[in-house]
Each structure stands twice: as structure tokens, then as C-alpha cells.
Design a protein around this ligand. Structure first.
Ligand code: PAJ
Length: 275
């Protein structure tokens, strides 16, 4: 049976008893799928003890986003954590993480500006704040995050480096369904033909990845063609430097990433690949 903690004091008293054992942390918002479980299993390769957090973080949702309908299943999630080798789960309430009078936020600058940062104002401030709090509370040796949220991974690497948190940030490749759709808790929102249409994101990215093409505009056109064919409304399509996330006009001679965000009906999905 995995242990479930609800307060920082419980986490602290547990981690203080680890006596130098290596600790891996996997922060999540729950509604766990195989992508989350892959992070936990990878955590076990880097540490003696794996901890997970399940917290639907209100500060990273915009006013018109899906905070209230975000899928929640704590009992099912805890069972999945256990099956993936997690020793304890921290699942605090929002009032515990953000008590009355809370007034300290973490802002990452350049790498958080474009893409998700531009389309979801305040999103990365919320992510950076909660992840900093979790890293400060757990003091893990390693923390694991998915490349599925590629910009988020870069934002977290930046804050861990700049705030000298002494944690190794490990990224793991995106886990996909058999047909290529990137696993996401938000896939549960897809109704009727939307599940099939959602494949446009991974199909478009695959087309860009396998095209013998260096021109960013032409690569973006390949991705857009798939979105349009499936009636997926583009939020952005970008070709960027894989480290700085600065837009590129050509991918030759440097590591580049293609990122896409689009609406399938009312559901907003994101995906990305290395080029
Ligand atoms: P959440 O969306 O629950 O994702 C938790 C972790 O799982 C993130 O690191 C995310 O990148 C990773 N992940 C999600 N889908 C994945 C997939 N298909 N393959 C591999 N990894 C995947 O991301 C968040 O929560 C939050 O922003 C959080 C970091 C917990 C801060 O609140």
C-alpha cells in the first residue's frame, strides 16, 4: 500500500528519515496514464525511493480554462502509482499549497515567453511556482518531467539551474498511443470523431520530421496541411531552437524542435517532436 500524505509536515518527516537514500520526484496533476507511469518507472532507475505528487494546480489555469472539469481520480491514481513502484504520494488540497496570504511567485523569463507562455498568460508562472515549492519541500536528487510538455521541461530546467536547487531535471520521451496520439489526461475530453481527428497533430509532426526539408515555413506548411484536413484549429505551429525555443527560419546545423497546439472541437491539445 502506497502512503498518501496531505501536508508538508508529513512529507518533511518522511524525507528526513531517508538517511541519504536517493529520492526521485514525479510531479503530476493526476488522471494518470502510461506517460506518467513511464516517468515513475524511469525515476526508479535514478533513485532508491520514488515519490509522486498529485495536485491540480489552480494557479496554472487561465480563467476560461478547464480547472473545474479537469479529470480527478485519486484512488485510481494512487493504485497506478503503486504499480509503478512509487513509495509515497503527496496529494495536498489547494488551501494547503496556497493558504490565505500566499504572495510569492516564480517567474521564468525568456524561455517561458513564446508558445504556451503567449497563448496561456500566467500559465508558466503557476507551473514554475508549484514546481519550485515541490522541489523545495522534497529536496529530491532527481525530478522527472515529460518531453510531451517540451516548453515546460525547459522552463523547469531553467528555474532549477537559476535558483540552484541542486536537483537533476530528467526529461523522458513522449509516450504515445499505438496510432501516434500523444497520451494526455485531456484526451478524455475527446468525443465522437474528435479522437480520430486529434491524430492530425502527431501526423503533421511526423510529416515534418520525415520530410527532407530545412525551410521552417515549408515544414510548418506540412503540419498545417494535416491540421486543416482534420478540421483542427491551429493555436500555433512553430519551429524553434531546441534549447532556447527561439524561432528558426532554417533547421540546418542545429538541434530544432517542431511544436504544435490546436483545438479539436473545444479540447486544446499540444504535441512536439525533435527535427
Ligand atoms: P501533468 O499534465 O499531469 O503531467 C505530469 C508529467 O507527466 C509532466 O512532466 C508531463 O510532461 C508528463 N507527461 C504527460 N503526458 C506525457 C506523455 N504522453 N509522455 C511522457 N510524459 C508525459 O505537467 C503537469 O502535469 C503540471 O504542469 C505539473 C508539472 C505537475 C505542475 O503542476
Amino acid at each position: 500500500m502506497s502512503l498518501i500524505f496531505k501536508t508538508p509536515a508529513e512529507v518533511r518527516s518522511f524525507t528526513q528519515e531517508l538517511h541519504g537514500k536517493r529520492l526521485a520526484l514525479v510531479p503530476t496533476m493526476g488522471a494518470l496514464h502510461d506517460g506518467h507511469l513511464a516517468l515513475m518507472r524511469e525515476g526508479a532507475k535514478h533513485a532508491d525511493v520514488v515519490a509522486a505528487t498529485i495536485f491540480v494546480n489552480p494557479t496554472q489555469f487561465g480563467p476560461n480554462e478547464d480547472l473545474s472539469k479537469y479529470p480527478r481520480d485519486l484512488d485510481g491514481d494512487v493504485a497506478k502509482c503503486k504499480s509503478a513502484g512509487v513509495l509515497f504520494v503527496y496529494a495536498p488540497d489547494a488551501d494547503t499549497v496556497y493558504p490565505k496570504g500566499f504572495e510569492t511567485y516564480v517567474n521564468v523569463e525568456n524561455v517561458a515567453k513564446r508558445l504556451e507562455g503567449e497563448k496561456r498568460p500566467g500559465h508558466f508562472r503557476g507551473v514554475a511556482t508549484v514546481v519550485t515549492k515541490l522541489l523545495a519541500l522534497f529536496r529530491p536528487h532527481v525530478a522527472l518531467f515529460g518531453e510531451k510538455d517540451y516548453q515546460q521541461l525547459q522552463v523547469i530546467k531553467a528555474l532549477a539551474r537559476d535558483l540552484e536547487l541542486g536537483v537533476e531535471i530528467v526529461g523522458i520521451p513522449t509516450v504515445r498511443e499505438a496510432d501516434g496520439l500523444a497520451m494526455s489526461s485531456r484526451n478524455a475530453y475527446l468525443k465522437g470523431d474528435e479522437r480520430q481527428r486529434a491524430l492530425a497533430l502527431s501526423k503533421g509532426l511526423h510529416a515534418a520530421q520525415t520530410a527532407n526539408e530545412v525551410d521552417a515555413e515549408k515544414l510548418k506548411a506540412l503540419i498545417r496541411a494535416e491540421l486543416q484536413a482534420a478540421d483542427v484549429r491551429e493555436d500555433y505551429v512553430e519551429i524553434v531552437d531546441a534549447d532556447t525555443l527561439e524561432p528558426l527560419s532554417e533547421v540546418a546545423g542545429r538541434s530544432a524542435r517542431a511544436l504544435v497546439a490546436g483545438f479539436v472541437g473545444t479540447t486544446r491539445l499540444i504535441d512536439n517532436v525533435a527535427l
